[in-house]
Design a protein. Structure first.
Length: 276
């Protein structure tokens, strides 16, 4: 009997990047049609523009209408929420961000990712105050939140216990620059795969693409993949509940990101949990 699995989605960050016009997009494709094309080759895209400034409801609606059923956007939360000394005072900024038009994405709204600066140190009380501010719903939509922490002080069992209590995901970053730990916390997995290199046509060598596909399948089954850094020992416990997985090839050799995502989706083709 096949074990149930969550849905695996794979993509990149954004869709406007000039080098992609020579190695991903068809040469005669108009720039206005790039999202429509990308969303039919990939299964998710992380929107990064929302980190820098609020977008308009009409923009979210346009992006929704340009993409096919089953496709989702993850959305990076505003820097005016995360780049502050006291996170517990971010309530109004979170409300403005949530009311900026995200609801227009409707069922295409994936996780909201809150990215913190490399200088932000883990303060348990203040971070819990922030977690309490995150809304679980937007209208009738269930909202999933993930935090991307970039200071080593977060690599602690205390931090993991806190995010698990609030059912918030922790971003796993395959990175040499930022803390990298794959301890599960929420009911989904969010991976940012940041070590693509220009000498590989698919960003990572083929065996590493296969490795990430295997990790995604394992995460989706509710189990923990081997070979990843962790704060806590995963142990030999039985798999938990199935989890959705969001994997984004981002940063690194960005020009290779679409090829990496497409290659991983090909590895996943035929898996019952892969979204196409």
């Amino acid at each position: 009997m096949t074990r149930p699995s969550g849905v695996i989605r794979v993509g990149v960050g954004g869709w406007v990047f000039p080098p992609w016009r020579s190695n991903f997009y068809p040469p005669d494709l108009a720039q206005k049609d790039e999202l429509g094309y990308a969303s039919r080759q990939l299964t998710a895209i992380e929107i990064n523009a929302t980190y820098y400034r609020l977008q308009k409801p009409a923009s979210f609606a346009k992006w929704r209408d340009a993409t096919p059923p089953g496709f989702v956007f993850s959305v990076k939360g505003s820097q005016y929420v995360t780049n502050r000394r006291v996170l517990g005072e971010a309530g109004e900024a979170i409300e403005r961000f949530m009311a900026s038009g995200l609801i227009e994405l409707d069922v295409r709204l994936g996780p909201i990712v809150w990215q913190f600066a490399t200088t932000k140190i883990f303060d348990p009380d203040d971070f819990e105050a922030f977690l309490r501010l995150l809304p679980p719903k937007l209208g009738t939509l269930q909202v999933r939140h993930a935090v991307e922490v970039r200071h080593p002080s977060f690599m602690s069992p205390e931090f993991l216990a806190l995010v698990r209590r609030y059912k918030v995901g922790t971003v796993f970053a395959d990175s040499d620059k930022y803390p990298s730990f794959a301890d599960a916390s929420g009911d989904f997995v969010y991976a940012r795969l940041m070590n693509t290199e220009p000498q590989h046509k698919t960003g990572y060598p083929p065996q590493r693409i296969s490795f990430w596909a295997d990790c995604a399948r394992t995460w989706a089954s509710g189990a923990e993949p081997d070979g990843l850094p962790r704060v806590e020992d995963a142990g030999a416990k039985d798999p938990g509940k199935p989890r959705d997985v969001f994997a984004f090839f981002i940063s690194g050799a960005k020009e290779r990101a679409p090829a990496a995502a497409v290659a991983m989706l090909k590895q996943l083709a035929g898996s019952p949990s892969s979204a196409r």
